[in-house]
Design a protein around this ligand. Structure first.
Ligand code: MG
Length: 449
């Protein structure tokens, strides 16, 4: 139903390193790594594209980076600079869509569905009207927007700060796409027939069929498949995304429960998650599951509710929130759905309590249709405890933040944390700042070698 959307994932290339190279031209064209104090147990926060050619990656230990690339220069990170550029980039994204989801300090999703037609060239606009081919304006407009974003980056930031853009009908495919032609590339992911785009000769644009793209990924590249799930898939003889895509859903469900269907969705690139904009109030945390088979009784649904409630509660605890209102949703096999909510007297992050309240809601409903989807959501969030100053050690946790921030929201792909994304963004920025500040005893901006 959502396949007519046009979603962008914009990912700034080698972000911290590019910002340094833009600020200091003498660093351009050479391998550099941004980090904390290389004499302490810190890791590479970002490697320049020149350093990446030697195999240096973010999250890598300093001594590993140096042994791969002896001439690498280590630059002490400067969070204020990165925050400044990140904010300016967000302003640029807002020139092209009012639906911008900030995903991390250097990544965002844009829903440009409503904006492509006005960006398409005259020829495509005219052709599309005459031949009723909306796909023409969609592809032409999308490529034009991508081109204009890159031009704005060049004008505002300069040549060293570039971005890669994935264009697709959903977030999952867009995110995979932006990774496919780095740096400074644009990847247009299509499903059936390649789009007719008449003006991309000589540009860094690739048109990729979705299954062709997905088949080139490793299981671990799919956001949400961690090492444990990957090894369980391996033990089932599933080693590639292509194999996962052709595995019967039923088999996956037998081994992974309700997440089996989601794993399958990941492999075929299905995703109907919305781009969540800044003002997505009220804040809520939710989990939902499309069921492998229709459920017919309240008892069957109870087992699913219990598991979803535990997951919601785990997320609440992870984000240090208590929830005050429980929402339960059932979607029936004819795609009608029903949602109801109940306010609690006392806010909670207890999965049992959340599950109980959800079941109390569901028991009151007339049980007339087979159920194909169950969702539990908690809103009315309040902080579980007063805010604490965040100390952010700059080795293992730092590595995790840099490398997995983009996966934090997509463990199984089907649950969502709806939040004021700016505040999440701000929280991330503060962590970045704290990590670098731990090494402020070194002179600011000094080059370390
Ligand atoms: Mg990036």
């Amino acid at each position: 139903m959502h396949d007519t959307r046009t979603i962008f994932h914009v990912d700034m290339d080698s972000f911290f390193a590019s910002v340094e190279q833009q600020a200091r031209p003498e660093l351009r064209g050479i391998p550099i790594a941004v980090s904390g104090d290389p004499k302490s147990r810190t890791v590479v926060a970002a490697a320049s594209r020149e350093a990446k050619r030697f195999g240096v990656r973010s999250g890598m230990a300093i001594h590993d980076a140096r042994s791969r690339c002896p001439q690498i220069r280590f630059i002490l990170g400067d969070p204020d600079k990165y925050v400044h550029i990140s904010r300016a980039a967000i302003d640029i994204f807002h020139e092209f869509s009012d639906q911008v989801e900030i995903w991390s300090i250097d990544e965002a999703f844009l829903d440009v569905t409503g904006w492509v037609a006005s960006h398409a060239c005259d020829v495509c606009q005219e052709q599309s009207e005459r031949r009723h081919r909306t796909d023409l304006v969609r592809s032409c407009g999308a490529i034009t927007i991508a081109r204009e974003i890159k031009q704005r980056f060049l004008n505002v930031f300069g040549p060293a700060i570039t971005c890669s853009i994935g264009i697709a009908p959903n977030k999952r495919l867009a995110k995979a796409g932006s990774d496919f032609y780095k740096p400074d590339g644009t990847v247009f992911v299509f499903t059936d027939t390649p789009p007719t785009i008449h003006s991309i000769a000589g540009e860094r644009v690739r048109l990729l069929r979705r299954d062709h793209m997905l088949n080139q990924l490793d299981l671990g590249d799919l956001c949400g498949i961690g090492a444990r799930i990957e090894s369980r898939l391996h033990s089932l003889g599933i080693a590639t995304v292509g194999q996962l895509a052709t595995t019967p859903v039923q088999l996956l469900v037998e081994h992974f429960g309700m997440h089996g269907a989601t794993l399958h969705d990941m492999a075929i690139g299905n995703d109907d998650a919305a781009v969540v904009t800044e003002d997505a109030a009220p804040k809520s945390v939710g989990h939902g599951a499309t069921l492998p088979r229709n459920l017919l009784t309240i008892d069957e649904v109870g087992a699913v509710v219990a598991e979803l409630a535990e997951k919601v509660a785990a997320r609440l605890r992870r984000y240090d929130f208590l929830g005050g209102t429980i929402h339960a949703t059932l979607r029936y096999h004819r795609f009608t759905s029903h949602t109801e909510q109940k306010a609690l007297a006392v806010s909670t992050d207890d999965g049992l309590r959340i599950g109980e309240v959800a079941m109390n809601i569901l028991r009151r409903w007339p049980w007339t249709h087979p159920v194909r989807y169950v969702g539990i959501r908690v809103s009315g969030l309040i902080p579980a405890r007063p805010a604490q100053a965040s100390v952010f050690p700059h080795d293992e946790r730092w590595q995790r933040a840099v490398r997995s921030m983009d996966c934090v929201n997509a463990r199984y792909g089907d649950w969502t944390v709806q939040r004021g994304s700016v505040s999440l963004h701000e929280r991330f920025l503060r962590k970045v700042a704290a990590a670098f500040r731990a090494t402020r005893h070194l002179k600011e901006g000094r080059t370390l070698s």
